[in-house]
Design a protein around this ligand. Sequence first.
Ligand code: PMP
Length: 433
Amino acid sequence: NNIEITDEDLIYYRKQHLGKSLSLQYKAPIRVVRGAGQYLMDQYGRKYLDTVNNVAHVGHEHYAVVKAGQEQMALINTNSRYLHKNINALAKELAETLPPELSVLHFVNSGSEANELAIRMVKANTRERDIIASEVGYHGNSNMCIDISSYKFDGKGGNGAPEYTHIFPLPDKFRGKYRGKDTADKYVEEVQKQIDKVHKKGRGVGAFIIEPIISCGGQIELPEGFLTKAYKQIRDVGGLCISDEVQVGCGRVGKTFWGFQLHNVTPDIVTIGKPLGNGHPIAAVACTQQVADKFANGMEYFNTFGGNPVSCAIATQVLQTVKKEKLQENALEVGEYLKSELKQLSEEFPIIGDVRGQGLFLGIELIDSDMNPLATKTDYLANRMKDYGILMSTDGPDYNVLKIKPPMVFTKENAKELIFYLKKIFAENFMQL
Ligand code: PMP
């Protein structure tokens, strides 16, 4: 990554030889050469505060995590058909964080693979393939995952919902189909409509999949009481409930270790990804003994890399670091401070229509006085923040939500710095127009 190779050279080669559907972030893309904690560094040694990377969960290049991987890599790395203590140790570490019902683990390499496996489990268990999911949900890049991801099939290049996918409206109490307090029952009715639709086709429901806070939807917190009722409806008709914790899991939401615990429910299947390896590709599926038993119908589940000793050493160290460094507690404390500061900012700058999220998984939504989304301003804001050395990302169906989901070592000082620059930019002419 030396500077004799220019950014233009790298961009030119990418354009010629890497897939055209890969994108680059920011108008002037950043080249990263180092990471440390909540900071990234470019080739000129410029430091950036990272509020985007929920993969570098315990901090970029955390010493203990790097060491765990390096040491195991020097000893042995192979598939899980051999006995090795690391896969058991990781299963044990994860199981300790989960409700006792979710006692069986399968290890894979990405969030997409986790959701892909979850759907295979659903099919083996229920013999049904109809899936109910939320509008603007995203669950991964494989064929099956795209088929249940409205964020993709309802977006550019998509062809709408496949025959076996049933989408209910984004349960967004701010700008969704039903707004304000007490919308849970309305959205539960929408789930029921999808169940009825499946039954009318003469089929049964396989599963209901949702994130506890809908990330690509723009950090949408589910209405209070929604998940309890929706899970009951699905289970009453024989379906399974999947919680996609790929983005929000492992302590990020602060109050609880897993997002579903915010809603007092226990899913049948939980999918875990991004944060588990702190950047190393490892993911997991946790399920009940019953789901696991029915999945083991004679066909072997083999995964060349899933659960290998190196990945397991890394993930075990990540979970231990979350505990040792009290990062869930930090997410709660710093997240609540940041959320309240953002709320104050929204009083000063009315284009901040909504501030939401839990722990270090927050979003602010920009709208005009008629509740129209302000995508251009959101994009401007993210790019201007970069000028001040702060990396932010945007999302939501209308691209008007600024997302905050930093490494969990993010401090109160970092939050203050973030607020300082946000305030400065919100006061700029372009934002005021
Ligand atoms: N589920 C959710 C909620 C995600 O956000 C993502 C990735 N953005 C995935 C699944 C897929 O994970 P991966 O990219 O690791 O395959």
